[in-house]
Write a protein that binds this ligand. Sequence first.
Ligand code: HAM
Length: 438
Amino acid sequence: MNVVTGTYDVFGRDIKKMIFLENSARDFFQKLGFEEVRTPIIEYSDVFVKSLGDVSDVVMHQMYSFEDKDGSNIVLRPEGTAPAVRFYISKLQHSKPRSKIFYIGPMFRRERPQRGRQRQFHQIGCEIFGFYSPEADAYLIYVASSFLRSIDVKHIVMLNSVGCPKCRPRYTEEIRRYVEGKELCPDCLRRKEKNPLRILDCKLDAEKLADVPKISEYWCEDCRTSFEDVTRYLSRLSVDFRHEPRLVRGLDYYTGVVFEFYHPSDLKNAVLAGGRYDFLVEFMGGRSTPACGFAMGVERICALLPEPAEGSNRSGIFISYTQDVKEYALLLFKALTDMKNQASTYLKYPKESKGDDDEQTRSYNEKLASLLDEITKGKLDVNLDPKRSLKSQLRHADSEGYKFVLIIGKDEMSRGSISVRLLESSEQFEISLEDLMR
Ligand code: HAM
């Protein structure tokens, strides 16, 4: 059986990268005062249809939707901003009107699958509510850029302003005039009526728009000043950017400054994108609240991360045993798990040195210390098939890349010790349980 077209199982190296990215982002954004929210994967379609725009590609062509048994229209969320706004209005607007939140999770769009474009993908997004200032825009772009720098992902920042309700209508009229009489694709004919700005984003009609007027020529004073302030701040914050006059974004809720980040090797698929959306909260039923945010594509960023190291980086402990001591082995597993969970109280160990230890004691202490270190930091697993031979357990531990195998048999049990094998060198030594558990 196959996975659904455009979806993937994530496993092995890929899951390592994804977890690394998610953990790094969680840590980074929490430290900057963003609070995590997990909104549902299914939402009523109303959440998206008007907010994203009913002529946006996402709503027109890409939403996975179905009618529920009670007749309501449900969609798999195609993006995170509209749900974040819905959540903000219901839970935060009154108690904390100025809020910074972030989310990590899967999104769904029925796009034509190709490199960098899946039907189920993941986004990490940040949204800031309650600040109408170029400082907030510059802060947000700076935060996004420094996060990518912190994980070594190169990026080019493209910047524009899509204007506001004061100045945009004049520009959209100008686009309508400009495309009049031109043969447009069916989608653009619809956009011409509903949101002509989106014509600028059309891949099919791009050639017919070669000398289309720039929106910057139509900005009102506020939009111009905001844009200039943002660019000045970004220069002060050492964020390189390019003004891209035709950047308009694919979703309708944007106003003012918008941006897209690209990796230098691929100027078609943005790794991160966002902008200001000052009217969406009110539009979705909340009190008028300025807001801005961004989301990055997890899969696109993972593709740019270096491959995680493998092979020589052995780690962790595998507990193997002979059938006659299986209960004893499980108790040892429990004891080591407890030690791991109380790691901070176990930072003592090796036998106290009197300064005149002989070579044998020093070597024993070193081995004990490295085993204890691995117990507190590394992974820990235990054989779950008592009928398996010791040889086969050792082979398994070796192929899984463990550093140590603990070997327990009747002899070890009677001596109150465990045999420890270092898989890389096959060196084997015995450690007293008393020393280990002290
Ligand atoms: P978006 O540009 O539609 O914006 O998506 C943001 C990012 O998600 C893209 O730059 C890309 O990295 C990734 N992405 C989008 N579609 C796919 C796909 N089919 N496969 C793989 N990756 C994809 C938004 O979604 C806005 N909600 C961003 C935002 C947040 N604006 C304000 N706040």
